[in-house]
Design a protein. Structure first.
Length: 364
């Protein structure tokens, strides 16, 4: 995967009337590299939304950037190192613009903006994109918009993933749980459907139990496969109004089906998502990938570290990632524990398991 440095400037600088930054100056009683930055926002209500209830957003900035952030009315005072205060200023300015555009800001959005600021300064490159990178001093976060909500990338890899879905007809998103692979894929599919870029959404998963034997499941076909496809439903309802989702499913505009039902079909003018792809066999994966039709986008997600296939069976996802490396038109984006946005503890759990697995491999 090629890597470069320039990203499109999705985030504009705040207008002069939106915020005003007072001159930085060295702290009189602190170290020589400590500075004080005061930022004043013209709109008190937006400033309060920016700071968060009981200044919870500022508390996140304090924690993650190791500085002091104190709000008073529509003004916030930042005290810390020159690097940290500059990052905090850029985070606040970028989030304030999103509030000006009518978006709501949650704690996860603050954490995501902080990651972008740190990554920009570290000149981190993004995977699988050849013409795109990051411009120092600017926060550029790709986003997905539907009628119900707008979401923005919260890590550099999520940023690369969203941009990859824009650029390629087939995208692989692999990595641990909690990194947003499935959620972003479903969100992107919903946005394509709303824009009229595709005529339907097709969501599929292999019906493989995670180390358990559930036995016979009662009901019709939809009721039998629903337990396997629940994460896809959850993402759909989060991005689209519930009644619209129900109507789309009833009319077939949104189709949710087990992987076994894909054989023999050509999926044209559709956003097609295969989730939990690590549990496909080699034959199933080849069958699914060759369903791609005209005007379609195909997104394959999975976690190669959580394969539930019988012992000795090769994962179709792992095999496909290797076989398709030289194929043009396919982008693969790999998430790591650093991209976990579900809960900070989840990221540490993933890292601990990865470390234990590496130690076992080294021992062998």
């Amino acid at each position: 995967m090629s890597q470069t440095d320039d990203l499109p400037d999705f985030i504009k600088k705040p207008s002069a009337k939106s915020s005003k930054t007072k001159t930085q100056k060295p702290e009189e009683s602190g170290a020589s590299d400590m500075v004080h930055v005061a930022i004043i926002y013209d709109d008190n209500h937006r400033a309060q939304a920016l700071f968060g209830q009981y200044d919870e957003h500022l508390a996140i900035i304090e924690r993650d950037l190791h500085l002091e952030a104190a709000a008073r009315g529509n003004e916030v005072n930042l005290r810390g190192s020159a690097v940290a205060t500059d990052q905090a200023r850029r985070v606040l300015d970028a989030l304030y613009i999103r509030i000006e555009n009518g978006e709501e800001i949650a704690s996860g959005d603050v954490e995501g903006a902080i990651r972008q600021a740190i990554a920009t300064d570290a000149q981190m490159t993004l995977p699988a994109l050849s013409e795109i990178g990051s411009k120092k001093g600017k926060l550029a976060m790709a986003g997905i918009s539907t009628a119900k909500k707008t979401i923005h990338a919260r890590t550099p890899t999520q940023d690369a993933y969203i941009r990859a879905m824009d650029r390629a007809e087939m995208v692989f998103g692999t990595g641990p749980a909690g990194t947003g692979k499935t959620y972003l894929a479903v969100a992107y599919a919903a946005s394509l459907l709303e824009r009229g870029a595709v005529d339907r959404i097709i969501l599929s998963r292999p019906a493989v139990e995670a180390g358990e034997r559930l036995g016979f499941l009662p009901g019709d076909m939809k009721e039998k496969v629903d337990p396997y496809l629940r994460p896809l439903y959850d993402a759909l309802y989060d991005m689209m109004p519930g009644d619209k989702v129900e109507r789309a499913i009833t009319s077939g505009v949104i189709e949710i089906a087990p992987l076994a039902f894909m054989r023999g079909r050509t999926l044209a003018h559709a956003a097609v998502i295969l989730d939990e792809a690590q549990n496909t066999t080699s034959m199933q994966m080849k069958m699914f990938l060759t369903r791609l039709g005209e005007g379609s986008k195909m997104i394959i997600t999975g976690d190669p570290s959580q394969i539930d296939l019988p012992n000795g069976q090769v994962s179709g996802l792992v095999e496909a990632l290797d076989i398709l490396k030289p194929v043009d038109g396919i982008i693969s984006v790999t998430f790591t524990a650093k991209d976990v946005v579900r809960h900070k503890l989840v990221g540490r759990i993933v890292e601990a398991y990865d470390h234990a697995g590496q130690e076992r491999n080294d021992y062998r």
